[in-house]
Ligand binder design. Sequence first.
Ligand SMILES: NC(=O)c1ccc[n+]([C@@H]2O[C@H](COP(=O)([O-])OP(=O)(O)OC[C@H]3O[C@@H](n4cnc5c(N)ncnc54)[C@H](OP(=O)(O)O)[C@@H]3O)[C@@H](O)[C@H]2O)c1
Length: 426
Amino acid sequence: MSAFVSNLKVAILGFGTVGSSVARILCDLKPEGIELTHIYNRKIARKRTDWVPSTVQLTEDFETVLNSDANVLLELVGGLDPAGSWVRRALAAGKSVVTANKKLIAFHGIELEKLARSKNAHLRYGAAVAGGIPVIPGLQQGLAGDQVTRIEGILNGTCNFILSKMEEGAEFADVLKEAQANGYAEADPTEDVDGFDARAKLVILSRLALRADIDPNEIPCRSIREVSAVDFAYARELGCTIRQIARAELRPQSVNGSDVLASVGPMLVPKASPLAWSRGTENTVLVGGRYGGDVVFSGHGAGGHPTAVAVVSDVIGIAHGSRAVDLPSKKTAIGGEFLLRHSIRFIVCDQPGIIAGIALALAEQGINIHAIFQKPGYSQDRLPFVVTVEPCAASALHRALDRIGKMTCLLEKPFDLQMLEPEDKV
Ligand SMILES: NC(=O)c1ccc[n+]([C@@H]2O[C@H](COP(=O)([O-])OP(=O)(O)OC[C@H]3O[C@@H](n4cnc5c(N)ncnc54)[C@H](OP(=O)(O)O)[C@@H]3O)[C@@H](O)[C@H]2O)c1
């Protein structure tokens, strides 16, 4: 054994998709100095464990693990409770913890890190954002020497699967069903499609990259449910595609005490952007640094094996005595809005005066029209067209759209998408 490797006894909490992949990798690779001693899950007898070495104790009693000589617990159960109380109790007992639980780290990460430090224990969560892509260690170490000014990411594989399928012409509801059938989406897809999963991940990245401790509930989230196939047809006209983007940015100057802008939701992404290239369940994260420029991380953001690689890497780091770089963050309020170009999709029953009415309502809010697109081949009775506008705040645009929404020619509520253009901001 190398002089720098300590003997770790490792217990897995949660023998599901990620937990069983972690066990598989530990049993296959047998990393130096790391011994799997326990696997804990409720009703463990239901699980297929015939391949697990007999030296590993299977248990459905958490206290057995807590009172054992296992010195690193891998929390792979998920959710805030009871996983959170198990993590607290393990750290309080001086055990180190590795977790893939983004929700726990987004809401309670700072308190848990403090507890870990006070007990001289490790808390690692490299798998909590973007699964197998080493974004968190990349920020903690590789980019710690830069001042990161912005993060833009595709952080939710389910949304990326749905939107990249819709790019081929399918409608949201059909692709969601397919994603559920393939196990890419939960029976209740709210966390994913409405942006809450990506929001938790953005909070963790903002803490590490922007050193901003943001309340997850303050980040505006927009669902991808309203995106339809016709939006992709018009996105193509604009040289764009549509992706769920989680983004946070340092403001050049603090405005009303707020230093960070952040949001999660569907956006028009130029085809030339690396964020447009990810397909299926892939994740991509773009980190913009003041000194080093842009760095892009990309790969499999979810799935048992890719996520397990990140968990095992964290355990190996602990075995080698490497401490996570402790980057101090400060409580930061989110304020203001990104100032961006928008495209607005209207579906109307055609009649004279529609464009004049839209232009007037936009002008009243100080918003300039940039271009109007109308693809041939649609019926005059149900005519989709798109208006793009110069950079403006979403709140001003929504005031105009409220007014436009009263026009009798409209068959659906207008749907607007922001365009990802990092250089245009408040
Ligand atoms: N799957 C991914 O691609 C992925 C990617 C990145 C991060 N993560 C994170 O990794 C963690 C685990 O995800 P997963 O996909 O592996 O979930 P999973 O397949 O549902 O596994 C969770 C395991 O924990 C067990 N469990 C749940 N509640 C329990 C309780 N109260 N007491 C005892 N056992 C309990 C479950 O047992 P039952 O079988 O009885 O339900 C299941 O075996 C989550 O924090 C998730 O956010 C997952």
